[in-house]
Design a protein around this ligand. Structure first.
Ligand SMILES: [Zn+2]
Ligand SMILES: [Zn+2]
Length: 289
């Protein structure tokens, strides 16, 4: 494994975590494209540092199909599927309906635990008409999550209030994950009033992101998830390098220290939280590595 990462020019393996845990949001297909790590190697590397469960997330029809296939053939993987808000904004309107239909069909697959990443992204999509397309797509994904009793997995960039307003209007899902949580403490309080989990990525370690840390400080321990969103958002001290699930220990150690909790307890908690947030246990049995 160390030879492989050296060959690919990837960061060294961090110290193994004391208890096995979960990467709550990653893109195994994009990780392969960007780092050269095949899914089996990315999973083996992650497991070698204690990360033995991974949620791989789709952003369009193709990557959603990949996620379902990957989760079907790997018991340590769960799938999340959706058309990403920036992807729907790029698609021809003539193709929207067919794409949502595929997501609705795939959502019935037992390998699928979440519908997402869906939501709004005003950072990359500035055109109000295309933001309107994102609203429509978000509403369709919420309906799909509810119809199949799947967890809603939200992507939110510079659109915090509109996301919560839409959920207030149509009704919150049974379970909702805010992936790569990027808002502040008051917003955390607003969404935590519902059945939600806040998933923190490597950017929680970046100096400028104090408002996110203020949110982390008040999030109950049983509502925290940790993710890589690999291959991007690599945590300090590796910021700017390529990311993969095996690097999540840097972020988990940072959060354990920030919250003043034992690393082993946090790892265990994160695994329990992921199971709750994703509607029940999956994959490897208790104690398995
Ligand atoms: Zn995202
Ligand atoms: Zn993502």
């Amino acid at each position: 494994m160390d030879d492989l990462i050296a060959e690919l020019g990837l960061p060294p393996r961090p110290e193994t975590l004391p208890t096995s845990t979960v990467d709550a949001h990653t893109h195994l297909d994009t990780t392969t494209e960007y780092t050269g790590l095949a899914p089996d190697d990315a999973l083996a590397l992650a497991a070698s540092v204690g990360v033995n469960r991974v949620v791989t997330v789709g952003c369009d029809v193709e990557s959603s199909r990949f996620a379902v296939n990957c989760a079907t053939t790997h018991r340590q993987v769960a799938a999340a599927i959706a058309i990403h808000p920036n992807d729907i904004a790029r698609m021809s309107p003539a193709d929207h309906e067919a794409a949502w239909e595929v997501i609705d069909e795939l959502a019935a697959d037992p390998a699928v635990r979440a519908v997402g990443e869906t939501g709004l992204d005003y950072f990359r999509t500035k055109d109000p008409a295309l933001q309107g397309v994102q609203h429509e797509s978000f509403r369709r994904h919420i309906a799909i999550a509810k119809a199949h009793d799947r967890t809603l997995m939200i992507h939110d960039r510079d659109a915090h209030d509109d996301i919560a307003d839409i959920l207030d209007e149509v009704g919150w899902c049974e379970r909702t994950i805010f992936h790569c949580y990027s808002a502040d403490e008051p917003y955390a309080r607003r969404v935590l009033a519902h059945e939600t989990w806040l998933s923190f990525a490597g950017n929680i370690t970046y100096k400028a992101n104090q408002p996110m840390r203020d949110a982390l400080a008040i999030t109950p321990l049983d509502r925290i998830l940790v993710e890589t969103d690999a291959p991007f958002l690599t945590p300090v001290p590796l910021r700017g390098k390529k990311n993969a699930s095996y690097l999540i220990p840097h972020t988990i150690r940072f959060i354990a220290e920030f919250r003043g909790v034992e690393l082993a307890d946090l790892c265990h908690q994160l695994r329990a939280n992921a199971e709750q947030a994703l509607g029940g246990s999956w994959g490897i049995t208790e104690g398995g590595r």
